[in-house]
Structures are given as C-alpha cells and as structure tokens.
Design a protein around this ligand. Sequence first.
Ligand code: ZN
Length: 319
Amino acid sequence: MYRHIRGQGAAVARLSAVCKRGKVSHAYIFTGPAGVGKHTTARAFAAALLCASPVAGAACGECGQCRLYYGMGHPDLVSLYPEESTIKIDQIRQVVSTVGRKPYHRRHVVIIDEAEKITAEAQNAFLKTLEDPPGDAVFILVSAHPHALLPTVLSRCCEVRFGRVAPGAVAAELSERYHVAEEEAKAVAALSGGSIGRALELLHPGLKAVKDRVLKLAANPSVREILRSGVHNKREAEQWLEFLSLWYRDLLLYRLTRDPGLVVYADHLPEIEKTTWPVTTLLAAAESVEAARKMLRANVNPRLVIEGLTVHLGSILDS
Ligand SMILES: [Zn+2]
C-alpha cells in the first residue's frame, strides 16, 4: 500500500518490482533529503515484505499478516531509532540477536531510521549480519546523510534514491491530506524545497508568525523592530532571509507580469498589488537580500548580517 506516498514514483516502482519478482536483497539504504517520504516508503515496503499475498508488489492490506501489521504491529518488524542522538552498539547487538531467532511468520524486517547515527563501533559490529543475515531477514536503512556511514556498510546495501518532491505535489499533499487552504499550501510548498516534512514544519504556528512579521517589516524595515522581532541565531536569520527573498521575488514578478498566478505569497496579494516601488528598486532590494544570505553562509555573525541588511534596505526603499 504505497498510495500515501507522493512524488516518489521511481522508488516505489522499483520496490514494487522487487517484491513482485521475489528478488529481495538483504539490505537497502533509502537516501535523499529529509521529509520527502523515505520513512513512509520504508514502512510500506516492510508491509509488502511481511504480507502473505502481496498485490502488484504491495501489501494487500487484508491478509492476517497485514491485519497484524496495520493493527497492533507485526511481531517480525523491528524499528530502530537513535537513543540520545546515536544508535549504540547495544541496540545493534539486540537486533542481531533478534534476527538470529526464528521469525513469527516468514522473515524479520528491520527499519533503521537516521542510520547515519549508528556509532562506528556499532557499524563494525553489524557488518557480518548485514552481509549475510540469517533466514530471509531484510534490513532497510534510512538516511539523509549516507556519506556519514562507513563505506563497508554502504557497499553492503542496495541504494534507493529519493528526490525532492515537485512544489505542485507538495501543495496537493498539504491541501488534500492536511486540509491546508489552497493559497497557503501553494506559498508553503514554494518555500519547502521539495520536502513535505519541511512544508509541515513551516505550517507550525510559530513559523507562520515569523513569516507574517517578516512581511510586515519588509515594507518598512527598521533595525530595532527586526532585532526585537527575534533574530537570535543563524537558523532564524536564514528563515528570515528566505521569507524576505521570496517577498521581493513576488513584488518583482508581479510588477513585471501583473499575473497573480505567479505570486508565492498569494495570501498577501492585496499588499503586493499596492506597492509602487520601481523595478530597479526592487531588483536592488532582492540583490541585497541575496548578498546577506551569502554572508550568512560564510558564517558572518547573524545579527550583524541582519543589521547591515536592514540599514541597506532602508536606504534603497526610501530613495
Ligand atoms: Zn497482506
């Protein structure tokens, strides 16, 4: 049952084919950016591997095994997560011992989330089992940072890559599954960088409040107001500049095309329509935001970057 996974057609097709042909490897690693559906797909793949009679390479959802899986949890499924920021050797030893026992039904399936957090010691303890697991056990490692794993671990896993989700698909997911209003879904999808997880984060009331504050201040930037509104660290400054950069992009595009369909902040269209800055001014503003983002990436102090930008923006927009 892969129907809840959006925008990952290639990965889903490949995994369904694996189940259909019955040529399942011992170990997989699902790689790609955070929040694009790796974990959800791992769960669906595990269900297909445990199902007694898969349909088109996916779990049937109806057999006894599926009822267990989607009900109280399948006894042959093992999920491993970091404990206090790492996956430790004791956790790995326990998994190795579990898969060494006879499974309840057909095979053990082990999902390891944030696999890059397995300590080097634990990775070494894991190599033999990963290469030649007992019975038909299957390991699914999930990682947004696979390069942090030992090459010896990576070389034992089949890699399944997950790409960024297209903005249209992110927006559709937000409105259909999470009932987000269409305009807001579109705006958030444009900011999400192709990650549904990131889009959901952006919908968090705390971040929404930041966005609204940034847009309110963008028209009349004042250092005091902005610093008071809370830019305390690099992450907050990045967030701030991301919102601001899209804001000037919107103003420019609208100025040039008068096409409301191109506007990301569709919920702020009335303000966008009202702005009278000439294109050259908006271009200069957009450029100064980009310059500030570059400085931030070069690790200049976030407060200094924002202070500098506000002064600069003030002089551009006033002139
Ligand atoms: Zn089934």
